[in-house]
Design a protein around this ligand. Structure first.
Ligand SMILES: *[C@@H]1O[C@H](CO)[C@@H](O)[C@H](O)[C@H]1NC(C)=O
Ligand SMILES: *[C@@H]1O[C@H](CO)[C@@H](O)[C@H](O)[C@H]1NC(C)=O
Ligand SMILES: *[C@@H]1O[C@H](CO)[C@@H](O)[C@H](O)[C@H]1NC(C)=O
Length: 227
C-alpha cells in the first residue's frame, strides 16, 4: 500500500518534470534523441534554412499583430491614443545593427551564441503570453496566433542548434523564466493586455528583421567562397 503510494508519487512527479518526448525545449529544440554520429547539413544549407525560418517567424508575428489591430481586439481610437509603435516590452531583445557587424564564418561563435540566447528569450516571452491567453478564460483568443509564433521560433532554434553542433560548439547554460520582468502579465483590463501583445508582436518583428542580416552576411560569404 505504502509502496504503491510512493510509486504513484514518483510516477506523478516524473510526469511533471519530464516534458513529453515530442515537445521542443530550449535545450533540445529539435526533440532529438542522442546520436553519436549525426549527419549535419552543409553550412550553406543550414544558413539558408535559418534565414527561411526567420522569415516564417516574422510572418507569423505579423499575422498576430494584424489580428490585434482589428476592432474586436484594440479599438482604432485606442491605437491612435497610445503611441504603441514607440513602446517596447521590457527585457525583450531587439538585436542591434552592431550585433551583426564583422561576423565572419571564421569568427561566428560569439554571434551564434548570442543569437541562440536571444531567440531563447523570445520563446520564453511568447510562452508566457500564450499562458496568459490560455488562462484568461476568454474563449482561447489568440492561442492559435501565439502558438504559431512559438512554433516558428522553435523551428528557428532547432536549425540554430543543428548549426551550432555541426561547428563543434557546445552550449551548456540556457535561459529560463527568470528573464521575464516582474510585471510582465497584465491582468487588469483585457484591452490593456491586447495592447501589450501588439507591442510584443511588433518587437518580435523588429528583432527578427535586425537578426537576419548577420545570417545573410554569413550566407553570402559562404556562397562567395564556393568554387
Ligand atoms: C505530443 O504527442 C501527444 C500524444 O501523441 C499529443 O497529444 C501532443 O499534441 C504532441 N505534442 C506536440 C508538440 O506535437
Ligand atoms: C570591423 O572590422 C574592421 C576591420 O577589422 C574594423 O576596422 C572596424 O572597426 C570593425 N567594426 C566594428 C563596428 O567593430
Ligand atoms: C517582417 O515583416 C515586415 C512587415 O512586412 C517587413 O518589413 C520586414 O522586412 C520583415 N522581416 C523579415 C526578417 O522578414
Amino acid at each position: 500500500m505504502i509502496y504503491s503510494a510512493i510509486a504513484a508519487i514518483l510516477v506523478l512527479s516524473g510526469n511533471v518534470v519530464a516534458p513529453p518526448p515530442n515537445e521542443s525545449t530550449i535545450d533540445n529544440p529539435c526533440r532529438a534523441v542522442f546520436s553519436s554520429h549525426p549527419i549535419f547539413p552543409t553550412l550553406s544549407s543550414s544558413l539558408f534554412e535559418i534565414i527561411g525560418e526567420i522569415n516564417m517567424a516574422n510572418y507569423s508575428a505579423e499575422i498576430l499583430k494584424t489580428t490585434l489591430t482589428t476592432p474586436a481586439y484594440i479599438p482604432e481610437d485606442a491605437l491612435g491614443r497610445y503611441d504603441l509603435d514607440s513602446m517596447h516590452v521590457p527585457n525583450l531583445p531587439l538585436w542591434e545593427e552592431r550585433d551583426n557587424v564583422n561576423v565572419t564564418v571564421n569568427d561566428m561563435e560569439w554571434f551564434l551564441r548570442q543569437a541562440y540566447r536571444d531567440i531563447s528569450i523570445h520563446i520564453i516571452f511568447v510562452t508566457e503570453a500564450l499562458r496568459e491567453q490560455t488562462s484568461s478564460g476568454v474563449a482561447r483568443l489568440l492561442v492559435l496566433e501565439f502558438t504559431d509564433v512559438r512554433r516558428f521560433f522553435y523551428n528557428l532554434l532547432c536549425k540554430m542548434d543543428t548549426l551550432i553542433k555541426s561547428r563543434g560548439i557546445s552550449l551548456t547554460d540556457y535561459e529560463d523564466e527568470s528573464v521575464l520582468p516582474a510585471v510582465f502579465s497584465v491582468r487588469r483590463r483585457e484591452v490593456m493586455r491586447f495592447m501589450k501583445h501588439y507591442v510584443h508582436a511588433k518587437d518580435v518583428m523588429t528583432f527578427l528583421t535586425n537578426l537576419k542580416p548577420g545570417f545573410v552576411q554569413l550566407f553570402d560569404e559562404v556562397q562567395g567562397s564556393l568554387p
